[in-house]
Design a protein around this ligand. Sequence first.
Ligand code: GTP
Length: 596
Amino acid sequence: FPQEKIRNFSIIAHIDHGKSTLADRILEFTGAVSSREMRDQYLDRLDLERERGITIKAQAVRLYYQAEDGEVYQFNLIDTPGHVDFTYEVSRALAACEGALLVVDASQGVEAQTLANVYLALENNLEIIPVINKIDLPQADVEKTKKEIEEVIGLSAEEAILVSAKLGIGIKEVLEAIVKKIPSPGGFREKPLRALVFDSWYDPYLGVVVLIKVVDGKIYPGQKIRFYSTGKVYEVTKVGVFAPEATSIDMLVAGEVGFIAASIKEVREAKIGDTITEAQAQVAPLPGFKEQKPVVFAGIFPVDSDDFEDLKEAIEKLWLNDPAFSYEMETSAALGFGFRCGFQGLLHMEIVQERLEREYNLNLISTSPSVKYKVRLKNGKELEVENPAKWPDPGLIEEVLEPYIRAEIYTPKEFLGQLINLCEEKRGIQKELKFLTPERCVLVYEISFSEVVLDFYDKLKSYSKGYASLDYQFIGYKPGDLVKMDILINKQPVDALSLIVHRDKAYYRGRELAAKLKEVIPRQLFEVIIQAAIGSKIIARERIAPLRKDVLAKCYGGDVTRKKKLLEKQKEGKKRLKAIGQIEIPQEAFLAILKI
Ligand code: GTP
């Protein structure tokens, strides 16, 4: 295919601004998917994505478009996720593009991730085409949105394309703009092969699938290739594109995007950001990506200890598909064998847990999430601790450092007061307050990340009726007065319920948590005492009175089916209970900390 007729682009947007819907319309308009085959959010392959309506994994689709100039163009559309937890996926995908459609919802305007994504696009030197979407909505304000694009982002909005992805308005204009404004890819077909790996995953039919952008040269079945970082050599078995279903082709050449398979056993052998070259050639590698480190950690345990091996296998498999989470084995006195996992954020954590449960049919308990602290000991050593169970003895600690972020919050001005309160409540330090337009402003705070991990995002959304948005970057570690709080149930400390808290808030948190646990732990046949303690000092206490009634008490006589039903129901309710000693503790108990 003539290189000058190739266009590689992404769609970037704040979450819910309509990126997937626009992608659907583009697929339809170019005939890649017939209306009959069309289903909403075609590119979101995982069931979970479709249900939650968010895009998790980036996908690359090849389309052909006959433009007004009569020529046929090859489009490679690379879909990207919009949530703050998935920035790493976005930046990778953008490295394979020359341009991006920037979708802005005309009823919402520019949001935190709009800007964050624009920065990523600019870092990758992409041509950005502003697209104002949802113009069909009565609340749509095109002029205001244009003004925000110009003033907040600094892009000219004069030629912004007005679109309703839902109704299919403006789609042709978008396609023409892609042809006219986005440059064709550079690179040389005659040169030795250099291809950038921008995603890889395990597919049950194809084995490890490697998504690549060929920068120079060509790649074809039978060719011997080498991964630069590992030095390992493989023979290419298959070359293809998603059109949108996986389709084999003869070769991929400079400028093109597609996938290869090469009898690669494990995804970790096809490292994202790596360069593929010919087996013998000596060429310089392409610039890779920054490695993404997990920032939120939690334990994941099977409810039924017999499922540990299944969980192990499931985690290993899922990791191949999502190397952005990390895991290592962990044992807990309370929960038995499980894994300590690291995630990009809370949403990422929820999604990993849900995928493990759904795709691998497991019943899991996750512990309260934690960030990674640095603990300086009196003996001069420094530890990294992300598991309260591994917190050193307080007598040995010289100083504790906690991670801080710079949070940018975009909000309509009427919620400003409440959001400032929220940030102050979370020990935030205000750095900036800027009005973008008379109605909208951006609040910049430095906040301890541990405060943000818990419930900050949910609160931000509820205080602002969903209108405020958040983006953040890590700015480093600062000293904090942190202590470990233990929860004792009938005098036994439950390691999996321990958490690290700020000393000023320990009493409040301890009391609230004990009260919450009282609510969620079912009554037992004996009395249950819940205590929160710092070291040997008890700071809160609650009592759960013993249970007298049993579930069958209600059915006198011998109605067997009814009895069975009740027992069945009781069993259902037990599914997510984990027996700790003699006490059954439900999943909610482990996440109770998120709710206080
Ligand atoms: P993520 O994939 O989660 O990042 O979201 P997204 O940006 O892909 O948004 P999506 O396409 O899922 O659209 C979000 C919501 O907006 C859906 O309910 C769409 O039906 C709706 N929507 C998208 N485009 C339009 C539009 O042009 N007009 C109207 N009225 N609604 C739209």
